[in-house]
Design a protein around this ligand. Sequence first.
Ligand SMILES: [Zn+2]
Length: 275
Amino acid sequence: MSYATWLYPTSISQAFLPLFSRSLTLRATFSSFRPLSHHARVFLPAKPPNSQFVGVLAMAKRSASFEREDFASPADMYFEPPLKIVEYPDPRLRAKNKPINTFDDNLKKLIDEMFNVMYKTDGIGISAPQVGINIHLMVFNPTGERGEGEELVFINPRVIKYSKNMTLFSEGCLSFPGIYADVERPLSIKIDARDITGSKFTVNLSGLPSRVFQHEFDHLQGVLFFERMTEEVLERISAELEALEKKYEDGTGLPSPEKIGARKRRKVAVGFGRS
Ligand SMILES: [Zn+2]
């Protein structure tokens, strides 16, 4: 996710701005984390959710499917630094991402490199498919500054509950440079994931961390943020999306694998908790 997003809140979302205050949000939300290393966190028992949550019907199915799925192989996790950001409409943003069951030095190096490219490109969050690695991994630091705030790592994350309360906010994405637009999402979520050592943890997220997590979680499902925009908002940015499609075609000599002008909206709008 792109850092500049948070500098340009929309008029509607300005009402929520105090919730995104850096220090307040981080202190309130991540006080239950403590550092294990500079990029790993151990979760201490979660507080009960402080807002009403809605169950996600898809979760049972999703849990079961994880067990049946192929885990990422060493070849799937192979990379060479420095990592480069994959931009829309590169098909790696739509490829299936595999869960991780190997928690080794290669994974730690990949996480380090993901933070490196995230800071370098002024991001506040990034998912593995955005650097061309199709695995269930995301990292973020809502401050966007190395050495400040918390560096968070989520491996094989799952959303357990979403709040009924929705919020609108202007998002950006490192895979869509220069494009910012309103996206509506649940205000709070409860998630579980594995940390860098493979230990499972559960946490409630709200405010900016909830927003960043949900954006990156979509990437792990092959969902891109423009699919969650209203038709009106999408229309406003369609020329910029087409410019990225042309850039891809000019750079690769290949036809764009998807075209905003021709597509029908994918049915992600049926709700959150898509598995
Ligand atoms: Zn993104």
